[in-house]
Design a protein around this ligand. Structure first.
Ligand SMILES: Cc1ncc(C[n+]2csc(CCOP(=O)(O)OP(=O)(O)O)c2C)c(N)n1
Ligand SMILES: [Mg+2]
Length: 370
């Protein structure tokens, strides 16, 4: 299943134990384990640290804007920054990304501005960015449907002789969908250049991983379908970058798809419309907070003597400044008229939709009068 089987998880950690999880950076919360070399220079590590801090700050901003009624909903990526940033950093410009709703960090790494990324959450009725320019498709709210799009694009690229890899970002829950299975099976049969980057954050809303699959790992899905599966510590940015670079090289070289299972954790609720305290323990969340991916990298940079107080401060200040600018950009987006929702469903008006539009208008009027 994995190229470099390494037993690094400590028993009794309270989480699923899997062999063969690639790690590169020391983890303060586990006994010292065998670490692999990574492919990043010290400057690159520092750069990724700065981006992780910046994107976490942006996530906090989006959470508070939602609480202030400025965004309809928000799906936080808190705790998943290393998985998203390490994998996105390994991509080439020509590669295509098919994201779910939680891939904020990947979108920002693809050069989309915060305001453009948030149109959908602000309720405007046009997507804010050009998917072709950033090679970042519109995010998929339906679970796993975009895995099929990723495979389709990769099959077409192969036929056309284009040098690109298509990456589907899916969750642990998404692996249970028929669409994910079909996408993986087709990709394997046609040796399409796809990477299925699975962020195993242990939860699909309130469904734990243990209720999602009887398979010991999600990466096991790949060899069953005849392709390569790899596991990586998703809170280790350098390991994620290494594994993702290898996966991309494999797919780009014409050797078929790869499934990367990045083991991480969703620290926040599923979205702002959810309350995770109703279905998981504070102790579990705390355990993963201690494995924070930014703290992990900070420790490492510290040990290299690269993280002075000045750098910490300037990183925080730069993140704050970017968040302030993003806030202005987001608040300028006009949320538009919600009753336009009914205009483009069919060509022409339909009585049922007209009725529904009137119901919405009445509700909006009632809200205004409150
Ligand atoms: C086809 C489909 N079924 C159900 C849902 C409702 N739903 C939204 S998010 C979600 C859980 C997804 O979990 P996972 O794939 O682990 O991604 P995560 O939210 O953890 O990033 C579900 C079932 C949906 N959006 N689409
Ligand atoms: Mg999940």
């Amino acid at each position: 299943m994995v190229d470099n089987p390494i037993e690094t998880n400590s028993p009794g950690s309270g989480t699923r134990i899997d062999p063969g999880i690639v790690r590169c950076l020391p983890d303060q919360t586990r006994p010292t384990s065998r670490l692999l070399e990574h492919k990043l220079t010290s400057d690159e590590l520092l750069h990724l640290y700065q981006r992780m801090v910046e994107i976490r700050r942006f996530d906090e901003l989006a959470m508070s804007l939602q609480r202030q009624g400025q965004l309809g909903v928000w799906a936080s990526c808190l705790g998943q920054e290393a998985a998203q940033i390490g994998s996105a950093y390994a991509l080439a410009d020509q590669d295509w990304v098919f994201p779910s709703y939680r891939e904020t960090a990947v979108g920002l790494m693809r050069g989309i501005t915060p305001g453009d990324l948030l149109h959908q959450y602000r309720g405007t009725w046009l997507g804010g960015y050009d998917p072709y320019k950033h090679r970042f498709a519109m995010n998929s709210i339906p679970i796993a449907t975009h895995a099929l799009h990723a495979t389709g694009l990769a099959m077409a690229a192969k036929r056309a002789g284009d040098n690109l890899v298509s990456v589907a970002y899916i969750g642990d829950g998404a692996t249970s969908e028929g669409d994910a299975h079909e996408a993986m099976n087709f990709a394997a049969v046609f040796a399409a250049p796809v990477v299925f980057f699975v962020q195993n954050n242990h939860w699909a809303i309130s469904v734990p991983l243990s209720a999602q699959t009887a398979s010991p790992t999600l990466a096991d899905r790949a060899p069953a379908l005849g392709f390569r599966g790899m596991m990586v510590d998703g809170n280790d940015v350098a390991a994620v970058h290494r594994v993702m670079s290898d996966a991309l090289e494999h797919a780009r070289g014409g050797h078929g798809p790869v499934l990367v299972e990045a083991i991480t954790y969703r620290i926040e609720s599923h979205t702002t419309a959810d309350d995770h305290t109703r279905y998981r323990t504070a102790a579990e969340v705390e355990e993963w907070r201690e494995r924070d991916p930014i703290a992990r990298l900070e420790h490492h940079l510290d040990s290299l003597g690269m993280l002075t107080d000045d750098i910490r401060r300037s990183t925080r200040e730069a993140a704050d400044a970017k968040a302030s600018a993003a806030r202005i950009e987001i608040l300028q987006l006009s949320a538009g008229d919600p009753t336009e929702l009914f205009q483009h469903v069919y060509h022409g008006e339909r009585p049922l939709l007209q009725e529904q539009r009137e119901m919405l208008r009445a509700e909006l009027r009632a809200w205004e009068e409150m």
